[in-house]
Design a protein around this ligand. Structure first.
Ligand SMILES: Cc1ncc(C[n+]2csc(CCOP(=O)(O)OP(=O)(O)O)c2C)c(N)n1
Ligand SMILES: [Mg+2]
Length: 365
């Protein structure tokens, strides 16, 4: 028998305040709190060099993006700019589980993914500036970093757009007989509201495509909390409804992310079927550079910062005698120097001559 769907009493009057849109609570696990995602791994179970590399990775993203925010204020970088600050443990945990033959697809919040996939910081910074030395020849900017050599397929501005692209890449791999190649697809939890999410998961499961779906759940899609747009916030259950096995992971803990991603990537690689990870994280900065952040309290942001992915990890490493303050400072200095070199590279770059403005945009007769 059909049940009557919940409906708003006044459809033209958008709901206000926190909590689900209308009626009772959304189905699914309670939203994560920063305390529930506290870094709890025993770092001594892990290799020291591996841990140092992950600290370096996260610092490179953090320092790159802090400088980008500054450059945006100076109007050196224009257009949109979405920072990943606070979410670094996700990209830093996943990337080492991927192989060179794998494909990577990300969203407009992708600077860190591109960097850790191996796109050079110079080419990224030049792209931010819109210079032709950029990885997309200055045609893409912040939201459209792209690099064929590292199989980094964007940089996608359309919410959910990357999912369909990932399914197509995986289908191509199957048809071309690229055995063992995985397509890693990063997307925000906001994409779950898009038809493209459901179509992509369905086809990936139906056609047995090697896609690793990586949902970066940072609790908000611009100013909309998940429970205000979804009747069910159990994203792992949504993947399961398409027959895709998944898990919910602490995305503030780089080692937890890595363990989960390594195992999920192995399963995708070996079984040639998709897997799904929901990575709980939090962005410390505004959605983009234009966002008054009226949808969350400053106290909430501060509470999450207490559990930031870099310092919680380095505190643990230091306490375990696996990282000294000098080593940490040296890593940080190296990241800062790399960023400054990239800024010099971008500054010295060239603007595209006007006669080439339509290259790669329209087909030439
Ligand atoms: C199809 C589509 N609809 C709307 C937008 C506008 N938009 C840009 S970002 C965004 C929120 C997406 O949130 P989420 O997927 O959670 O990613 P996050 O920004 O949190 O990383 C929206 C609605 C868009 N880019 N594409
Ligand atoms: Mg989000």
């Amino acid at each position: 028998m059909m049940t009557t769907p919940r409906s708003p009493s006044t459809p033209s009057d958008p709901p206000r305040g926190s909590g689900p849109a209308w009626g009772g609570p959304a189905h699914g696990p309670a939203p994560k709190t920063p305390e529930s995602l506290a870094f709890s791994t025993d770092v001594r179970q892990h290799d020291r060099a591996f841990c140092h590399a992950r600290v370096r990775d996260m610092l490179r993203i953090r320092r790159l993006e802090e400088r980008c925010a500054q450059l945006y204020g100076e109007q050196k970088i224009r257009g949109f700019l979405h920072l990943y600050i606070g979410e670094e443990a996700v990209a830093a945990g996943v990337m080492p589980s991927l192989a060179p033959q794998d494909n990577v697809v990300a969203t407009y919040r992708e600077h860190g993914h591109a960097l850790l996939r191996g796109v050079g910081m110079n080419a990224i910074m030049a792209e931010m500036y819109g210079k032709q030395e950029g990885c997309s020849r200055g045609h893409g900017g912040s939201m459209h970093l792209f690099d064929r050599a590292t199989r980094f397929y964007g940089g996608n501005a359309i919410v959910g757009g990357g999912l369909t692209l990932a399914v197509g890449l995986a289908l191509a791999d199957v048809q071309l007989g690229r055995e063992g190649a995985v397509t890693a697809c990063f997307f925000g939890e906001g994409a779950v509201a898009e038809g493209a999410f459901h179509e992509s998961l369905n086809l990936a499961a139906l056609w047995r495509l090697p896609v690793l779906f990586l949902c970066e759940n940072n609790l908000y899609a611009m100013g909309t909390a998940l429970a205000r747009s979804e009747a069910s916030i159990d994203l792992v259950a949504k993947a399961a409804s398409y027959g895709i096995a998944g898990a919910r992971i602490n995305g503030m803990n780089v080692l937890a992310v890595h363990e989960a991603a390594k195992e999920a990537a192995r399963q995708v690689r070996e079984t040639r079927t998709p897997r799904f990870l929901e990575l709980h994280t939090y962005r410390f900065r505004a959605h983009s550079m234009f966002d008054a952040e009226l949808y969350r309290d400053k106290a909430e942001v501060e509470r999450w910062k207490q559990h930031g992915p870099i310092h919680t990890f380095t505190d643990r490493l230091k306490a375990a005698g696996m990282l000294s303050e000098d080593e940490f400072q040296a890593m940080d200095r190296a990241a800062l120097e790399e960023v400054e070199a990239a800024v010099r590279f971008a500054e010295a770059g060239s603007w595209e001559p006007p006669e080439r403005l339509l290259d790669d945009v329209v087909a030439r007769a």
